[in-house]
Design a protein around this ligand. Structure first.
Ligand code: DOR
Ligand code: ZN
Length: 346
């Protein structure tokens, strides 16, 4: 039985680092494990300008210990009024790594999101031309579509036509949760990739209703049936270069989760690599972890691979029930459970 693996330092291709006190609390959990991260722009107000992204990047670096070896990759939040020139300039200057499409009202801080993708024609044409990736929260928001079907319906109604109309546009379907998403990505060309979270490989929708309502198991897209969990898990460990690591770590203070209208989001950053490694181990695929965590993402984005190494050791760790700093307490993914691997810098 393998007791230790050493892999190239990984990256997180989808994370919420927040701002202010929460940023100061959570940033180092991500920077400790990952060399780079694609940082979601759903702040209040959302990150829509080059200047706002550069200032946010500075705040992230200021939240980390001096000299931290971490590069935040910034993302432009698309609105109905998205400014094509600003987006292209941000990409050319190396400030924006990608744009994020939130359908309006799909999730946390998406009120300024896009109401109709046809409003983005010029933006999408430009992104396709300059090779700038489009990151998609792939859920329809129609109230008559069942919440468990929203990803599959989005693929059919919005994503398939988008891929047809912009055949060279680089697209990442974020945090996939369904067999339909796996099948769509696999059947598409190399310009279409997907990120996979730990939680969507580990829990199915029963976890949200396990003996009572479990707000800390609630994120969006919501966990689906068991058959979908198995399909997503299989895709991650398959070795396909189209699937890569994106935690979607999304911290909310405990009172905002344990609430009559609890926020969506699972805070998995503190034990992210432990969680992924455990899944790959259970699937007999430890030899494919490095590609998923450290190679497929940079290859998709056209970025160099990281030089450093990290180690994962087969050693139990008990995850705390809650992580507190100052006035903020957040419940981590796996709270109170034992994970079977520990992470260390090589
Ligand atoms: O669960 C989620 N939380 N899904 C999202 O899409 C947004 C995120 C957040 O920002 O809290
Ligand atoms: Zn997210």
């Amino acid at each position: 039985m393998t007791s230790q693996i050493m892999i190239r330092r990984p990256d997180d291709w989808h994370v919420h680092l927040r701002d202010g006190d929460m940023l100061n609390m959570v940033a180092n959990f991500t920077a400790r494990q990952f060399a780079r991260a694609i940082v979601m722009p759903n702040l209040t107000p959302p990150v829509v300008t080059v200047a706002a992204a550069a200032a946010y990047r500075d705040r992230i670096m200021a939240a980390l210990p001096q000299g931290a070896d971490f590069t935040p990759l910034m993302v432009c939040y698309l609105t109905d009024g998205a400014d094509t020139e600003e987006i292209a300039r941000g990409y050319e200057q190396g400030v924006f790594a990608a744009c994020k499409l939130y359908p309006a009202h799909a999730t946390t801080n998406s009120a300024h999101g896009v109401t109709d993708i046809r409003k983005l024609t010029t933006v999408l044409e430009t992104m396709q031309r300059i090779g700038m990736p489009l990151l998609i929260h792939g859920e329809v928001t129609d109230r008559d579509v069942d919440i468990f079907d929203r990803e599959a319906v989005f693929i059919e109604r919005t994503l398939a036509p988008l891929v047809r109309d912009y055949p060279a546009l680089k697209i990442v379907l974020e945090h996939i949760t369904t067999a339909e998403a796996v099948d769509f990505v696999k059947a598409s060309g190399p310009q279409i990739g997907a990120t996979i979270t730990p939680q969507h490989m580990i829990i199915n929708r029963n976890a949200i209703f396990d003996g009572g309502i479990r707000p800390h198991a609630y994120c969006l897209p919501v966990a689906k049936r068991e058959q979908h969990r198995l399909a997503v898990r299989k895709a991650a460990v398959s070795g396909s270069p189209k699937f890569f690591l994106g935690t979607d770590s999304a911290p909310h203070a405990i009172g905002r989760k344990e609430n009559s209208c609890g926020c969506a989001g699972i805070f998995n950053a503190p034990y992210a690599m432990e969680s992924y490694t455990q899944v790959f181990d259970e699937e007999g695929a430890l030899d494919r972890l490095e590609a998923f965590a450290s190679e497929n993402g940079p290859n998709f984005y056209g970025l160099p691979l990281n030089e450093g190494k990290v180690t994962l050791t087969r050693q139990d760790v008990v995850v705390p029930d809650v992580i507190t700093e100052g006035d903020i307490s957040v419940v981590p993914f796996h709270a109170g459970e034992t994970v079977r691997w520990t992470f260390a810098d090589a």
